[in-house]
Design a binder for this molecule. Structure first.
Ligand SMILES: Cc1cc2nc3c(=O)[nH]c(=O)nc-3n(C[C@H](O)[C@H](O)[C@H](O)COP(=O)(O)OP(=O)(O)OC[C@H]3O[C@@H](n4cnc5c(N)ncnc54)[C@H](O)[C@@H]3O)c2cc1C
Ligand code: HEM
Length: 367
């Protein structure tokens, strides 16, 4: 089923711009109420939803990994007030658009493969959404916005009741500056009784939401925050040594995990490789270093891609730096950063002999 879907998607992908237009056209024709869920200017999104659905549909052969993710995503989609009929409309829009661009290649076998895969995906999402009794989203107020440079800000938001996430997970947020453009951010704090959450936001080049958050967030702004997603966590049943690898703002969930370790009276020997391109990217280093002075089980190793003089950092990519030490036998490895950094690091570690089941990262990131 998956190979059939992959082959048919590869054939229509060169037309993905037009395909996306047809997809949304069909969706809004079949379920007009869903138009209001999306931003006024659809160009901005460049078909994130379509890409996400196609990405997920191509993974139905990995149900053990996919099912927990789809359950989280289904619970998350309750914030859109998505109802069962919307899933049917989206499924028929997806199949209609792919069929149109497939032409004669849209055989009964291809149609069946897409239909069955979409049915599996939407079933998981709908079932999890229907079973969930908690809030569909939370409102939070920005209580501080600290700018660390032109492209980076640390923002603290407080919700009226704590969101039930665990350290290492991520949340989708919507800000008043960019209504209906939801983006994922990873809290840098474990859940707090007072409902405060710290986020680290990097403005990316040409980024609609991240630039607005960094430049225009104000204390008092109200953010809407969706339910938790993601599978990064510390496995409390093991005391194996930990290797943490964080690039850029990927340090946020790692800081949340470290804080949790400290609060649990941390004893697990832990090494954190903290990497970036420039010294500014290592913005979290001073705070984490100070933490390591009081926690003898924790070592922080800064890594910079290029030589920036006497910074005390190792040189190279994070992948280069960690694999210099071999295969990290007996360690639990957690990798957090951009999809490209995660891909490069995991690949190089596997070549160096680290076992795949030692390495933990969020595999379903779509950016
Ligand atoms: C699981 C997860 C957790 C995340 N946690 C955080 C976090 O804690 N802090 C944070 O700042 N961001 C985080 N992100 C990234 C964030 O969700 C947004 O994707 C990012 O802020 C870009 O959004 P945008 O609207 O500004 O860019 P868009 O308008 O969506 O994209 C604009 C351009 O930037 C490119 N682009 C998108 N993302 C990146 C990137 N990360 N690096 C370089 N170029 C990019 C796009 O390809 C596009 O060309 C996380 C993403 C995921 C999937
Ligand atoms: C089975 C099906 C579905 C899957 C796998 C899915 C997946 C996703 C994912 C992963 C995102 C986040 C994209 C990103 O920011 O990277 C997203 C966003 C979104 N989804 Fe879904 N979704 C599904 C069904 C639906 C349905 C039925 C609706 C309602 C019509 C819907 C409405 C939205 C909206 C409004 C967004 C945010 C806007 C956007 O990113 O374009 N989704 N979806």
């Amino acid at each position: 089923m998956v190979t059939t879907i992959q082959a048919s998607w590869a054939a229509v992908e060169p037309h993905s711009g037009e395909l996306a237009r047809l997809f949304y056209g069909l969706l809004f024709e079949r379920a007009p109420q869903t138009r209001n869920l999306f931003p006024v200017n659809m160009q901005v999104q460049r078909s994130r939803l379509l890409r996400a659905v196609v990405h997920v549909v191509q993974m139905v052969d990995r149900p053990d990994e996919l099912a927990p993710f789809l359950s989280q995503l289904g619970r998350d989609h309750r914030k859109f007030d998505v109802i069962a009929e919307h899933y049917d409309a989206l499924g028929s829009a997806l199949l209609g658009a792919v069929a149109h661009f497939s032409g004669d290649a849209w055989t009964p076998a291809v149609a069946r493969a897409w239909t069955d895969a979409y049915a599996v995906v939407s079933h998981h999402m709908r079932a999890a959404a229907a079973a969930e009794r908690g809030p569909a989203s939370w409102l939070g107020q920005v209580i501080s916005h600290r700018r660390l440079g032109w492209d980076l800000a640390i923002i603290t938001v407080q919700t009226t009741e704590p969101i039930p996430y665990s350290a290492g997970q991520y949340l989708s947020v919507e800000t008043p500056q960019r209504p209906r453009l939801w983006r994922y951010l990873s809290p840098a704090t474990p859940p707090r009784d007072d409902g405060t959450l710290e986020f680290h936001v990097r403005a990316v080049e040409g980024g609609w939401v991240s630039r607005a958050i960094v430049a225009h967030t104000n204390p008092g702004d109200t953010w809407r925050i969706g339910p938790p997603l993601g599978s990064l966590s510390l496995h409390p049943t093991t005391d194996r040594e930990l290797l943490l690898i964080a690039g850029g703002t990927g340090v946020a969930p790692i800081k949340a995990l470290l804080t949790q370790l400290v609060e649990q009276g941390g004893q697990r020997r832990t090494q954190l490789f903290l990497g970036g391109r420039t010294p500014d990217d290592l913005y979290a280093l001073p705070e984490l270093r100070t933490l390591s002075y009081t926690q003898p089980w924790l070592d922080i190793i800064p890594v910079l891609e290029h030589d920036h003089g006497n910074t005390g950092a190792q040189h190279g990519t994070l992948a280069d730096a960690v694999t210099r030490y071999g295969a990290w036998v007996g360690h639990d490895v957690i990798v957090s950063g951009s999809p490209a950094m995660i891909r490069a690091t995991v690949t190089q570690m596997l070549v160096a002999g680290t076992q795949l089941d030692q390495i933990h990262y969020d595999p379903f990131t779509m950016d």
